[in-house]
Design a protein around this ligand. Structure first.
Ligand code: MTE
Ligand code: MO
Length: 241
């Protein structure tokens, strides 16, 4: 599948009809190639046609909200009673964290612009949680470790980072978004948040962190997305935590 179209500049600006039709075309192309997204696109287009007789209003840049993405139709709900985050792979001290464990660790707040490759953005969004670097440090990463693989309790989505990327201070195991506990729809109770990269890197419903000896491409990366999902202008060499 081709890479999703690049985001429009300037979030709230009206989009020309040509651009809207271009997005429709891109959507139709991904329908053919990515069946799991089809339901999402149908809901999306359905909502658009309800909102406006042209059927295109919903494709305008979102004035302030997020769109929900899930590659699967339903995801189990988890809370403090049954949530678990497993850290394993090339580490000396594998560990399983409860939500209470994560809440008891030092919390970091990062405010940055969220951008999806589909063209919507939400500027200045606060996320808060535990630095992934702290979790990696506590696990005793072996010298053979070079990358991190993320798995999710939706049972399907995966993501990856190099160890160097994973140790940045703007990469969080996030518990809060917009200063509220992460909702189920946004990947709660715990999601990954990779501030300097496109939002597909920020795996929702995070359940596993595994240190690997090389990058294992994630769900979208196996389908043509860049493994390094840097945003334009991101400082790729930001100091580590
Ligand atoms: N588990 C899981 N994580 C995911 C996705 C997904 O489908 N499943 N979609 C990704 C994409 S493409 C985007 S844009 C964001 C959307 O996050 P939101 O639903 O909170 O807006 O989640 C990312 N993380
Ligand atoms: Mo996305």
């Amino acid at each position: 599948m081709a890479r999703k179209p690049k985001p429009e500049a300037g979030g709230g600006a009206p989009m020309g009809r040509r651009a809207m039709l271009g997005m429709l075309g891109a959507g139709a192309a991904s329908l053919a190639l990515a069946p799991p997204l089809q339901r999402g696109w149908e809901r999306f287009l359905g909502a658009a046609s309800q909102a406006d007789s042209t059927g295109l209003t919903g494709l305008l840049p979102n004035p302030g909200g997020f769109r929900y993405y899930s590659i699967v139709g339903s995801v189990p709900r988890k809370d403090e009673t049954d949530y678990a985050l497993t850290v394993d792979g090339l580490v000396d001290k594998p560990k399983t964290y409860t939500l209470a464990d994560l809440r008891a660790m030092p919390q970091t707040r990062v405010v940055a612009d969220v951008l999806c490759t589909d063209g919507w953005r939400v500027d200045d969004t606060p996320f808060e949680g535990v630095k992934l670097a702290d979790i990696l440090d506590a696990s005793g990463v072996r010298s053979s470790g070079a990358a991190v693989r993320f798995t999710c309790f939706d049972g399907a989505y995966t993501e990856s980072l190099t160890l160097e990327q994973a140790r940045r201070s703007d990469v969080l195991v996030a518990l809060n978004m917009q200063d509220e506990p992460l909702t189920h729809e946004h990947g709660g109770p715990v999601r990954l948040y990779v501030a300097p990269m496109y939002f597909y890197k920020s795996a929702k419903w995070l359940s596993g962190i595994s240190v690997t000896d090389q990058v294992v491409p994630g769900f979208w990366e196996e389908r043509g997305y860049a493994i390094d999902g840097w945003l334009d202008g991101a400082d790729r060499h930001s100091d580590t935590a």
